[in-house]
Ligand binder design. Structure first.
Ligand SMILES: Cc1cc2nc3c(=O)[nH]c(=O)nc-3n(C[C@H](O)[C@H](O)[C@H](O)COP(=O)(O)O)c2cc1C
Length: 261
């Protein structure tokens, strides 16, 4: 039978408190290991990535696009596997990049960032030019367009990282300023949908976002059911007074897509 009276006591009250405190520290570190707010400080631009041809065009809004090497000039774009554009880029082996300017319209961003080429032809209503190889490039609200040959594809789980070698460029409007993701979020009050690599579920934010919080009075808020944009009467005037031509400043849908919350 075990002799517990003579069993050495290594684990007294003091030790217990030390271990308990360490565990608490580790647990709190674990909880706060990723502060999602921190990710809003990463800088990006905003682009339309296009692919395909006149009869089968594809395109989506991307902020995850950047240059990876200079010799040769290669760029990477991060494309959700569920995007219609992903399959077209893989099939055609080419893609383009339109660098959007600061005043890019909500309708353009709404069409290319919140709708899918599976359901609509996004190129019907926008200014497009075709390269010698037939690649469509959006030139509306655009500073420059770049054309790439797909040279590598990396499987990154939910997304592909497409790497393209730059083969041609065209300057559309050298005077305009490029649109940054920070400007889109802070000034245009834009958001990113689930397919964007930078999407953050707001429940993960430790400090609740304050940008659209209504004052503590009778102001009402209306939520866009397509992109989640919040219209706050306090800042912007009565929702009912908005004319029939008013559209969501983020995704471009009409008032009918809003619900009162
Ligand atoms: C601001 C913003 C940034 C986005 N960034 C990306 C991105 O970098 N990669 C991506 O795959 N989707 C991104 N998206 C989402 C796609 O644009 C969106 O899912 C689009 O509807 C896909 O279109 P498609 O199905 O026609 O290809 C972004 C959307 C917005 C509004």
């Amino acid at each position: 039978m075990a002799d517990f009276d003579h069993f050495p006591v290594f684990f007294g009250y003091k030790e217990f408190i030390t271990v308990y405190k360490k565990a608490l520290f580790l647990a709190s570190n674990f909880v706060y290991m990723i502060q999602y707010e921190a990710l809003y400080n990463i800088t990006y631009g905003l682009y339309i990535v296009t692919s395909g041809c006149k009869d089968k065009p594809a395109g989506f809004i991307a902020n995850a696009a950047f240059q990876v090497t200079s010799e040769p000039p290669q760029f990477a774009v991060c494309c959700n596997k569920n995007n219609y554009s992903a399959s077209i880029i893989r099939q055609s082996g080419m893609f383009g990049l339109s660098v959007l300017h600061k005043d890019a319209s909500a309708e353009l961003i709404g069409t290319f960032g919140y709708k899918s080429g599976k359901d609509i032809n996004k190129f019907d209503q926008v200014a497009v030019k075709y390269t010698n190889s037939g690649l469509p490039l959006v030139i509306q609200d655009t500073l420059v367009v770049l054309e790439f040959k797909l040279v590598q594809e990396i499987d990154a789980g939910t997304h592909y990282i497409f790497i393209g070698e730059l083969i041609a460029t065209d300057i559309i409007d050298a005077t305009a300023e490029p649109l940054t993701y920070a400007y889109y979020r802070k000034i245009k009050k834009g958001k990113a949908p689930k397919n964007a690599p930078t999407y953050i579920d707001e429940s993960r934010l430790i400090n609740t976002l304050t940008q659209n919080t209504p004052e503590q009075n009778n102001a009402h808020q209306y939520k866009c059911e397509v992109c989640g944009y919040l219209y706050t009467e306090d800042y912007a005037g009565a929702f009912d007074a908005l004319g029939p031509n008013w559209v969501c400043p983020v995704c471009g849908v009409t008032k009918n897509e809003f619900i009162k919350i």
